[in-house]
Design a protein around this ligand. Structure first.
Ligand code: HEC
Length: 396
């Protein structure tokens, strides 16, 4: 398949992925919200767990949460499974198109670890499989006796995997694969725990019996985990836009700050109905999270390149242009010779002096400060050339 073919796969899979993800996450947040706002009702039928009135799009909705109390199974009964499975399936298609086979983003980073593309792919897949297997085993064995211990062991595993990936894969790939691991766990929770326990519930009610509350408890537990994963997963999925974060020397720490911060915000939002000071707690969590993010980005920023040439000699535009022509325009041109990323990736072209001048600040950011361009240093730019770009940027 050509670069353009992969780009089309990327576009379609991403479109589906975002829509299905919105539907899945929207449902998850709405049902979680419902559960926390149900009111007991005196005139409710037996089996009721609470009721709620809602106002939406011009009419009132009345929802009664119930285990049916011996009444027959209502029909039709709506399940919410397709959204989760579509999100996961399109996510795998995206991983293949962008990272594993399509080559739209680098998996390996020669500046970090000497790995071939194939080895990096194996490491990425292994992280997803191992991380989700560890979670599943913990939930099925340890969590039955101690949910806290199960979570502690799994969080240690998550930390270890995050550190390992950020040391071995390109920054973008590392962040994305940790996100994919969390997303896989969420989909697995739906397919292996929530759906089977709902089947059991339907079968026991359909058989005229009373539903076993333990079954619905287990489904609720992993569904709450999914709720906590939502914010971390979303930030990891969009992290590839932020080179100062994923290419940072402390990228492992930044990854963990994002995951912990997202889960903490979710937690405050979840407990706000039973907490008077939730607004203050939310503000404190946001401020602490952003402060930690900022401090770690600053602390881990690459040290400036040593000045290898006489800094007092002004850099000419011709010198800059020759570096850019050699190292950048193979991709960043209306007619690129390297088509793996499609024409002019990121909408950036360096065909004319005006185009180069206009993007001077971004060139400095990506090629000098974060060193994330060229991706995985595909065109072998040297430190001296980066330094030249730095001096050009400084004298402007
Ligand atoms: C092998 C192809 C390739 C080469 C070579 C390359 N880039 Fe890029 N560039 C990309 C891709 C893919 C993107 C979009 C993804 C991203 O932003 O990381 C991009 C995006 C960009 C962006 C826009 C995003 C932003 O953060 O503003 C800038 C600026 C950029 N590159 C500068 C450069 C410079 C400067 C060079 C040469 C030193 C260079 N690139 C070399 C592939 C390349």
């Amino acid at each position: 398949m050509s670069g353009t073919d992969w780009e089309i796969v990327d576009l379609v899979a991403r479109w589906v992925h975002v829509i299905a993800g919105i539907m899945w996450v929207g449902n998850s947040l709405l049902f979680n919200w419902l559960d926390r706002n149900l009111q007991p009702s005196k005139d409710a039928a037996p089996g009721s767990l609470g009721q709620i009135w809602l106002l939406h799009s011009g009419a009132f909705y009345h929802v009664d949460k119930t285990l049916l109390g011996g009444r027959p199974l209502p029909r039709p009964l709506h399940w919410f499974v397709v959204q989760a499975m579509t999100t996961w399936g399109s996510g795998v298609a995206l991983l293949i198109a962008v990272y594993w086979a399509g080559g739209r983003a680098a998996m390996a980073d020669p500046g970090l670890a000497k790995l071939s593309h194939g080895q990096a792919v194996v490491i990425g897949i292994a992280a997803i499989v191992l991380g989700s297997a560890l979670y599943d085993v913990m939930q099925r064995t340890v969590a039955v006796r101690s949910p806290r211990l199960a979570s502690a062991i799994w969080l240690t595993g998550l930390t270890a995997i995050s550190i390992a990936l950020t040391q071995m894969l390109s920054g973008r790939a590392a962040f994305l694969h940790v996100g994919a691991m969390l997303g896989t766990i969420m989909a697995m929770n739906v397919a292996h725990t929530i759906v089977p326990s709902q089947r059991q519930l339907v079968a026991s009610v359909g058989g005229g019996g009373i539903a076993d509350p333990a079954v619905s408890d287990r489904a609720k537990r992993v569904s709450i985990h999914n709720n906590y994963f939502v914010f971390p997963v979303i930030v990891l999925m969009v992290s590839s836009h932020f080179p100062s974060v994923y290419s940072n020397r402390l990228s492992w720490l930044l990854l963990l700050i994002l995951v912990a911060g997202g889960a903490a915000v979710r937690h405050v939002l979840n407990i706000r109905y039973s907490m008077r000071t939730w607004a203050a707690a939310l503000t404190a969590t946001l401020v602490a999270g952003v402060a930690a993010l900022y401090a770690a980005v600053r602390l881990g920023a690459e040290p400036q390149l040593a000045v290898v040439a006489d800094a007092s000699t002004p850099v000419t535009f011709a010198e800059v242009r020759s570096v850019i022509d050699r190292r950048c325009t193979v991709c960043h041109s209306a007619r690129p010779s390297d088509m793996t990323f499609g024409a002019a990736p990121g909408g950036v072209r360096f065909d004319t002096p005006e185009q180069i001048e206009l993007l001077a600040a971004r060139i400095h950011e990506r090629a000098v400060l974060t060193k994330t361009m060229p991706p995985a240093n595909k065109t072998a730019i040297t430190d001296a050339e980066r330094n030249l770009l730095r001096r050009w940027s400084a004298q402007r």
